[in-house]
Ligand binder design. Sequence first.
Ligand code: SGN
Ligand code: CA
Length: 540
Amino acid sequence: MHQTLKLIIIFAAVLLWSCSQQERSTSEETAQKRPNIIFMMADDHAYQAISAYSDHLIETPNIDRIAKNGMLFTNASVTNSICAPSRATILTGKHTHMHGKIDNRFPFDTTQVTFPQLLQEAGYQTAMFGKLHFGNNPKGIDEFKILPGQGNYYNPKFITNEGDTTITGYVTDIITDLTLDWFDNRREEDEPYALFYLHKAPHRAWLPAERHYKEFINREFVEPPTLFDDYANRGTAAKEAEMNILKHMHWAIDSKLHPDVMAELGIEETSDWGVPAYFNRMGRMTEEQRDAWNAVYMPMNEEFKKLYPEMDEEAQMKWRYQRYMQDYLACIKAVDENVGRLLDHLEKTNQLDNTLIVYTSDQGFYLGEHGWFDKRFIYDESFKTPLIVSWPGVVEPGSKSDIMVQNLDFAQTLLEAAGETPPSDMQGESLLPILKGELENWNRDAVYYHYYEYPAVHMVKRHYGIVTKEYKLAHFYYDVDEWELYDRLNDPNEMNNVYDNPEYADVVKELKAKLADLRVKYKDSEELDQKYIDKYEQAK
Ligand code: SGN
Ligand code: CA
């Protein structure tokens, strides 16, 4: 009897133990299945400057590695083409009128729920390195080292959990050093991670690293066909925008003419901060960095002194476009190399298989199209943004999608990838069906856009609009009341506003109705437009 009881107890104990072991291994398996997430974002990185999209300007072999392993989105766009609003949309999964960060001026409302907070609650280790641009620190991030505001290219200051620190060196390299240091020293192996790797480059005023300006300053780049756009057949907004490479870009800090050379040639700066910004940026450099810089940029200045007297406006535009591309693309070269350093680390430490990687930008950018730099407009180069996603075992390597997706969709996508249910007030769509190639229920055929920051730098008027694969309809308001319609298939460069063309009357009618529906769906309205105008005017 005694013996039997003993046996029963032993048997029961073994059974219990084996059950608990089984449970543990299932929960370990689920944990293992939750992918690590690396969200890589550059600032103002035009898709025209990624060779996975097109190699007419630059080769980006490392960013292309992500495309080779994953999916390249050729129709990804933002809901509001400017830095901080786009970042707030990415983190909250809401349109800018809903999270309230409509422009770069007002601080982010920290009562808004962001997806890193939800990932952290779900047991993800979270870290953020680089540029956030919120006016406040990120929530839901275990460790952050972020640049204050726009940050600096040379010897940048960082805000960290433990106070401020200034690091000598070049910002793109430093952001990667900080990231690799976190991997080597503070990454907890037993939980998945969400890493935000956020480059400042290639934001204006385009200060490249020494190894790259040396190489790029002698390169010549192909001009876009619309470099000399005169904005005929467009609205007032395009005509009045201050984004022209010849008229509005700074000669000093942007084109890197020395203010003494400008004075000698009688060149007037395009605004009153081009020259102070030049001295400020050069003033941040160590003597060694400045000497290296001058050794390359002063001979360029000398060369320009010889050319300038013979240059008409066309020649000046051509010269300034080349200068712009040399520095902008040299900044991208450093981003690409550093993406390579990070990918190499993941490969060496066998992390690639269980890691979902996103490469994107906070918006697109004009690289001379329409004679412009900067962004803000609903027109393609700034409306669209690069988006590349790899996730081994889920996303078909080397695949492409031309489905219209937006930065609005990222939060829901990444939460679902992590096995979490996104909050119901997020306004995007999870992209998992597209990533998995399961498109039966995908039915979005139009996206919504709304830009606010006006009057302000670059003077791009307030506008909202609807974009389908075939058309783009936009309403410019506040100090104008103008509509523009572009036939995207027949006029891909958006040179002809056909809003008043009777042939498009039906299209206009249909799109206006659809746009009104989208405004209702996303809870935008004339009242809100006015509310944000009032708020802006009060803050002046
Ligand atoms: C600065 C730039 C602008 C740029 C804004 C916003 N001027 O003001 O060209 O549009 O930032 O950029 S600069 O001479 O100071 O560089 S954003 O990416 O932060 O939205
Ligand atoms: Ca930006």
